[in-house]
Design a protein around this ligand. Structure first.
Ligand SMILES: Cc1cc2nc3c(=O)[nH]c(=O)nc-3n(C[C@H](O)[C@H](O)[C@H](O)COP(=O)(O)OP(=O)(O)OC[C@H]3O[C@@H](n4cnc5c(N)ncnc54)[C@H](O)[C@@H]3O)c2cc1C
Length: 360
């Protein structure tokens, strides 16, 4: 029997499995489809919340912890899997926010580099931008990873640490015995578990509601476009009016993203495509000459204020939850996974876990 069963093989499930397996636990990861093909594939990979000062301490603490270790984590994943997640320190340039004072205060509180820069310097940092008239907020330390590569690297790492991965295995029920987790149901079969961690992203609430547990996690759709641009055509992550461009190492540029309350509908729409194309051209006019290679949508696991649930259930022995990372699962993932592992293994936690408990 596995000591630990994890349900949901997105970034959060994979990082959690990796942390526990590194500590010597026997871990099985169950995934309904294939590893990392939902929100974790669809995201932009920015290693920072957008407008980080708009978030609570609970989110900022997880983000800061992750930002400090990400470069090393990417190197380890590349060594373990042979796949480079392309951690790249592109910096984040924020335009048109009018939130310079808040940004400076946040940077001081969290020891982050943050400069308020004149229009001429904005243009110098990103020459492809439309003519700039306002100041910009420049966060030079912000990095990015390439999501499809990150999830592949994580898959390789799980193999390296001998995590048992069962794909095409949808959990459709959780079994209890005397208020203790006993097993999960997959295609009519019971898979026993001593510890069970729910990391099922936007679908987590559905699974837990079967046990009468109500978490406030819902799907929030985000659509993205990929432009086939030239290397160097864009070199910084640029954010303006909640829309961003992210340059990848091979020159491709991602443009995102929408925020849509449409339930579990993952389809793309021509309205969103038009809107994102318009924003891309408004920011970087030269993208008009570039082919749009791909348009997709993902379902973020949205939670109140974007604060994830990372906790051990108090009533049901053996049940744990790590979900609800909303717009920030890539940046919050490493700290969330480490904190979850600390809770499962009863180790001194990397940070106070109270803000991430369920309120009943
Ligand atoms: C457009 C977009 C842009 C984003 N940009 C960023 C960004 O720049 N930076 C950042 O930090 N974050 C970003 N995010 C957010 C980030 O991608 C998510 O927070 C993160 O991927 C959540 O990971 P997860 O593992 O919880 O969920 P998911 O990746 O959705 O994984 C959950 C997994 O659980 C599986 N599952 C569900 N139910 C079951 C079941 N019953 N049995 C078995 N398996 C099950 C699913 O198939 C899925 O694979 C973005 C998201 C989107 C959509």
């Amino acid at each position: 029997m596995s000591e630990c069963l994890i349900v949901g093989g997105g970034i959060i499930g994979m990082l959690t499995a990796r942390e526990l397996a590194r500590e010597g636990m026997v871990v099985t990861l169950l995934e309904r489809g294939e590893l990392g093909q939902e929100s974790s594939w669809a995201g932009g990979g920015i290693i920072s919340p957008l407008y980080p000062w708009r978030y609570s301490d609970a989110v900022s603490q997880l983000a800061s912890w992750g930002q400090q270790i990400y470069s090393g984590l990417a190197t380890e994943l590349a060594e373990e899997s042979g796949i480079d997640p392309e951690w790249t320190q592109s910096g984040l340039l924020i335009l048109d926010s009018g939130e310079e004072a808040q940004a400076q205060q946040w940077a001081q509180n969290y020891g982050q580099a943050c400069e308020i820069i004149k229009p001429s310097l904005v243009q110098q940092l990103e020459p492809g931008l439309t003519e700039q008239k306002g100041e910009g907020i420049w966060l030079p330390d912000v990095a990015q990873v390439r999501n499809p590569r990150l999830v592949k690297a994580l898959r390789g790492s799980l193999q390296h640490y001998a995590v048992k991965v069962l794909e095409h295995s949808e959990v459709d029920g959780l079994c209890l015995k005397d208020q203790r987790i006993e097993a999960v149901m997959v295609a009519g079969q019971k898979i026993p578990a001593e510890h069970l961690i729910i990391t099922s992203g936007a679908w987590s609430g559905g699974l837990l509601s079967g046990l009468g547990i109500r978490i406030k996690v819902r799907p929030l759709r985000g659509q993205m476009l990929l432009f086939r641009a030239r290397p160097g055509q864009v070199s910084r992550i640029v954010l303006s009016k909640d829309r961003y461009v992210i340059p990848r190492r091979d020159g491709r540029v991602l443009v995102g993203s929408t925020l849509e309350e449409v339930g579990f509908d993952k389809s793309t729409t021509s309205e969103a495509r038009e809107e994102l194309v318009g924003e891309a051209y408004r920011l970087i006019p030269s993208l008009q000459g570039c082919e749009i290679e791909h348009h997709w949508a993902g379902l973020r696991p949205a939670s109140p204020e974007g604060i994830p649930y990372i906790y051990k259930d108090e009533k049901i022995e053996g049940l744990y939850v790590n979900t609800g990372h909303f717009r920030n699962g890539v940046v919050l993932g490493p700290a969330s996974a480490r904190l979850m592992a600390d809770i499962v293994l009863k180790k001194a936690p990397i940070m106070d876990s109270k803000p991430y408990r369920i309120c009943v």
